[in-house]
Design a protein around this ligand. Structure first.
Ligand SMILES: N[C@@H](CCC(=O)N[C@@H](CS)C(=O)NCC(=O)O)C(=O)O
Length: 270
């Protein structure tokens, strides 16, 4: 298997995390979205929406979208329930991850870290409100539950963990969400889940304080190194703004390199 992967993307991190927890061998193909790697014709053939992650199976089939990748990899494993109702709830959380967590936290994080927005401009304020509502929603759910679906860790926990754990990068105070941040250590221990490996947190300690989310790895989880956490390439803070064009039918799409899918949405010109 092969994963086309941008290191600072939490969408990609989801896939890396599950691959590590499943113990899958795979080839990681690093994609640098700021160097134009997603803007080439070769990459368009891999993913017409020009975003990462993309999974390539051993027989050469391609699967795009982080949550679709999670679903495919987890099917038949302990990370995706068999029960149809629980599976539907997993799907519900994957949808909310894209609509609310990624939009309200991930997209805001990207724009603030890259200096495209300042925290007080209207668009950022609007995203922040959504992010706060979303963290509140997650907090409310976790006050009565150890996991997002049923009584065990699933891809819903992985998906929601990905951008939620980067929320301090976007200025969110995770201490305000104790159920999300996991002050309930005894419950975590009872559930047989770890805190995030220290080595993972250390990498980011220079930029923000350590957080110990409750959306945790199973006790038998892979090593911190194998988890290959969300990284920050040197040019992450000051990327050049680039555009590229591709033609599809009679429409011209202008693509902009960004770390959020709604930015990958083409602006259509006649
Ligand atoms: N909905 C997509 C979003 C993926 C996405 O936005 N990926 C970003 C990195 S976080 C990307 O590769 N952007 C490439 C670009 O904008 O050129 C998913 O969940 O996989």
């Amino acid at each position: 298997m092969r994963l086309y992967d941008y290191v600072a993307s939490a969408n990609c991190y989801e896939a890396r995390l599950l691959l590590a927890q499943l113990g899958c061998d795979y080839e990681r193909v690093p994609i640098d979205i700021f160097s134009g790697d997603t803007l080439t014709d070769d990459f368009a053939a891999i993913n017409p929406t020009r975003s990462t992650p993309v999974l390539e199976t051993d027989d050469g089939r391609l699967l795009q979208e982080s949550n679709a990748i999670l679903w495919y990899l987890a099917d038949g494993s302990e990370y995706l329930p068999d029960d149809p109702f629980e599976r539907a709830h997993v799907l519900k959380w994957l949808i909310l991850e894209q609509s609310d967590v990624m939009y309200g936290i991930g997209g805001l994080r990207f724009r603030l870290l890259t200096g495209r927005w300042t925290p007080d401009e209207p668009a950022a304020v609007q995203r922040r409100e959504l992010g706060l509502d979303t963290l509140g929603m997650l907090e409310t759910h976790l006050q009565d539950a150890s996991f997002f679906v049923g009584d065990r860790y699933s891809i819903a926990d992985i998906s929601l963990y990905a951008y939620t754990h980067t929320a301090p990068d976007a200025g969110f105070e995770l201490d305000d969400y104790p159920a999300v941040t996991g002050v309930a250590a005894p419950r975590r221990a009872a559930a047989g889940i770890h805190e995030r490996p220290r080595a993972v947190s250390r990498e980011r300690a220079g930029r923000r304080r350590l957080v110990g989310l409750r959306l945790r790895l199973p006790a038998e989880g892979a090593s911190a190194e194998a988890l290959n956490p969300v990284g920050s390439p040197p040019n992450f803070r000051a990327p050049p703004h680039r555009t590229a064009r591709s033609w599809s039918g009679s429409r011209c799409y202008h693509w902009r390199s960004d770390c959020s899918s709604e930015f990958c949405t083409p602006s259509v010109q006649s």
